[in-house]
Ligand binder design. Structure first.
Ligand code: GDG
Length: 466
């Protein structure tokens, strides 16, 4: 079996003790690597005044981890700049928040070069290299320049935007051309894959030369969709932990005679938090009888605090949550708890379990793992209801959730009302179908499908040529 090298912007593997506070990507990658004698390469999260290219090697929970520090200017121009002020907002349909700055583009290219040069000596002839996410699109091109001929795959964790929107990006064509240095490019959903294919065909004179196989820029590329899943077996173990039980009991006791609605998201404008708060407010305005019956808990640990748009959304959410509580609280009761703090994963599992509704309403999301974790945490005999945005990639799989347009506070309020009133038999019927999907299409299935396709790309090319 070939060794697997995983590359992502940040390398922060969970310690295996349940106390991690890492994002969806890191959880998924750690689970994917554990079974391979794999190597994980990326940024340490630290900066130095000058780039040194010094590698730090460690072994963490069965995974070899190789990290490199970045220079302070890299952090501003590549990470906060091109990745999080240009590509992230644009790919999440926020052209209004997208910054175009030459220094950002240069920083992005520079860091991808530096990553390639630092990684190159670690690559052995039979290794497969799997590169992750929008920070590192040009990395295969830089590795090829250094003579790397190994199979290299790329997976995009966020949406691929519609053709018209994508072409608003200055330098859109070289970015797509760089993707043709991979052997396989994977997307979360068929919809994102189609949007990419449409661009290649109409903007780059590309053509299909076989199933899931595109030719453009004089090269051939395999594409596919691979919906990411959660680590269902690990989560199942966590559900049985004392901490999960303690948190479930605590929340159950805190909501006697009341129904708990819960949301858990990184504090990001793509997650639809403002509209969600307005949806909850609308529920309280339209249904005075429910006011003493419900409690909404929103956990939103801050992220990307160096980017202005994140500071602005945080200030708006502070004001909105204050307004809702000011308007509807009584001396012995408040409807809304808004918490900017990280909780352990096992504690989150307990909170999900104690709640009647999981409210997951991103305006755009590549997949969304929170909705899957919510389902996995439910009591099969008395499960809660999932209210899910139709614009999360997960909506393709989670059809038994109550699907809503996250831009509409009215629709969110209606769905909440329906969820709170839903009888047990319907809740069980919906939950069973959702749980079956979460277990079947888990992170292992995702990894295996992608790695098998990457391993098979050479054979597919041979078959096409004959
Ligand atoms: C990107 C894509 C795609 C959240 N708060 C806490 C906490 N979390 C954990 C959740 C979940 C993860 O973070 C968030 O994952 P998502 O998938 O919802 O969102 P992104 O971070 O934006 O992830 C996304 C994903 O990559 C994977 O491909 O699904 O579309 O945007 O696991 O539980 N974890 C802890 N404390 C918190 O307070 N411990």
């Amino acid at each position: 079996m070939s060794r697997l090298i995983v590359v992502s912007n940040r390398v922060n593997p969970p310690t295996g003790k349940g106390d991690e506070s890492v994002g969806g990507l890191a959880m998924a990658l750690a689970a994917a690597l554990r079974e391979y004698s794999g190597l994980w390469f990326g940024w340490s999260g630290k900066t130095t005044p000058e780039f040194t290219g010094q590698l730090a090697m460690q072994r963490i929970d069965g995974v070899t981890v190789a990290t490199v520090d970045l220079e302070e200017a890299d952090y501003d121009e590549y990470y906060n700049g091109y990745a999080n002020k240009t590509l992230w907002p644009l790919f999440h349909y926020r052209a209004d928040l997208t910054a175009y700055d030459r220094a950002y583009g240069e920083g992005y290219e520079r860091v991808n070069c530096r990553f390639a040069e630092t990684l190159r000596p670690l690559i052995e002839p039979d290794d497969m290299v799997w590169i992750h996410d929008y920070h590192l699109i040009p990395l295969a091109r830089e590795l090829r320049k250094l003579g790397v001929e190994n199979r290299i795959g790329f997976f995009l964790h966020i949406p691929w935007p519609a053709h018209q929107l994508f072409t608003t990006l200055p330098g859109h064509r070289p970015l797509v051309e760089a993707l043709f240095d991979y052997d396989l490019v994977g997307f979360q959903t068929a919809e994102f894959q189609q949007a990419f294919e449409e661009y290649v065909i109409s903007e780059a004179d590309g053509e299909h030369v076989g199933p899931h196989c595109l030719k453009a820029f004089g090269r051939t590329l395999h594409v596919g969709s691979y919906p990411i899943g959660m680590d269902a077996s690990d989560f199942g173990k966590m559900m049985k932990s004392a901490r999960a039980a303690r948190m479930r009991d605590l929340m159950t006791a805190a909501t006697v005679f009341r129904q708990l609605i819960v949301g858990v998201d990184r504090l990001d404008y793509s997650k639809g938090l403002e509209e969600r708060f307005l949806g909850f407010e609308r529920l309280l305005i339209d249904n005075p009888d429910l006011r003493r019956e419900v409690l909404m808990l929103q956990i939103a640990p801050p992220s990307r605090e160096g980017v202005e748009a994140y500071q602005e959304i945080r200030a708006r959410l502070d004001a909105l949550s204050g307004r809702i509580n000011g308007e509807f609280s009584d001396i012995d009761w408040a409807p809304f708890r808004y918490v900017n703090k990280n909780y352990r994963r096992d504690e989150l599992a307990g909170i999900y379990c104690a709640s009647k509704v999981g409210l997951v309403t991103p305006l755009r999301d590549g997949m969304n793992l929170v909705c899957k974790e919510y389902v996995a945490a439910q009591n099969p005999e008395d499960p809660g209801v999932l209210v899910l945005s139709r614009f999360a990639g997960a909506a393709r799989q989670m059809k038994e959730a109550l699907l809503v347009n996250p831009n509409s506070p009215e629709e969110i309020a209606e769905a909440l009302k329906q969820a709170l009133a839903m009888d047990k038999s319907e809740r069980i019927r919906r939950w069973r179908a959702l749980f079956e999907n979460v277990q079947r299409e888990d992170v292992t299935a995702w990894r295996d499908a992608f790695v098998a396709d990457l391993a098979g790309t050479a054979e597919k090319l041979k078959a096409l040529a004959s």
